[in-house]
Design a protein around this ligand. Structure first.
Ligand code: 13P
Length: 259
């Protein structure tokens, strides 16, 4: 199965107008011109900077993603929230959903991740759905159980909605073991491959074709020095990059490692 790799930069809560301008210009001058890239490239700045960057990225053929979205699809009395249609309106193409930092610090639930996925798909955004286990869960041998539970919630939400399981064709899944995020401790390519194959297998058990075509990204301390090895695994279709996406040179090198 030929799947186009994707490299997504999650800036988390970093940036300023000045810093973003120089980071984006470094990224755009470093990646191959649109049409000649071997990978899709997406950057996810904080909400307040999305509109600033939309036109430039659109012209360069680089995707623009938000880092979260409201479960409610329309407008309404949800102070502090941003809806999927609003993200679309300012030029977003993608949205990260269920990042482990949202799950850990902002009480994001599996069910909420399912609802956000539906909201994003309804607004024609590509959800980047994050799953991953804590260190104590891995140590207790619960990796598949945790990742399976997180993913099942999304599959169930899709199946219960008119969108259906085929909505997964428009999603990207990201496996981010929590113990590897920002710690410098990367999963080995074999550890990543094991879980990626599990994720693909779980989807394939529902629908073989969708399971074969869905992109599954690895995230957690991906750097220029380890990206090629990780992306070389058969079920690793690119990366969700935190720290290294804040340095144009590193992010560009990681994009190049998909080749
Ligand atoms: P790091 O690349 O900094 O480990 O972060 C990974 C991540 O959480 C991306 O969403």
């Amino acid at each position: 199965m030929n799947r186009t790799p994707v490299v997504v930069g999650n800036w988390k809560m970093h940036g300023s107008r000045a810093a973003n301008a120089s980071l984006i210009s470094g990224v755009l001058s470093g990646v191959a011109p649109r049409g000649q890239r071997s990978a899709e490239v997406v950057v996810c700045p904080p909400f307040v900077y999305l509109a600033d960057l939309a036109t430039m990225l659109e012209q360069a053929g680089v995707g623009l993603g938000a880092q979260d979205v409201c479960t409610e699809a329309g407008q309404g009395a949800f102070t502090g929230e941003v809806s999927a249609p609003m993200l679309r309106d300012v030029g977003c193409t993608h949205v990260i959903i269920g990042h482990s930092e949202r799950r850990a610090y902002y009480a994001e639930t599996d069910e909420g991740v399912g609802r956000k996925t539906l909201a994003a798909l309804s607004a024609a955004l590509t959800p980047i759905i994050c799953v991953g286990e804590l260190l104590e869960e891995r140590d207790a041998g619960l990796t598949y159980e945790v990742v399976g539970r997180q993913l099942e919630a999304v599959l169930r939400a899709l199946e219960a909605d008119p969108i259906g399981l085929s909505g997964l064709n428009r999603c990207i899944v990201a496996y981010e073991p929590v113990w590897a995020i920002g710690t410098g401790r990367t999963a080995t390519p074999e550890q990543a491959q094991d879980v990626h194959a599990f994720i693909r297998g779980l989807i394939q058990s529902r629908d073989a074709r969708i399971g074969g075509s869905v992109r599954v990204l690895y995230g957690g301390s991906v750097k220029p020095g380890n990206a090629r090895e990780l992306f070389g695994m058969p079920d690793v279709d690119g990366g969700l990059i935190g720290g290294a996406s804040l340095k144009a040179e590193d992010f560009v090198a990681i994009v190049a490692a998909t080749q």
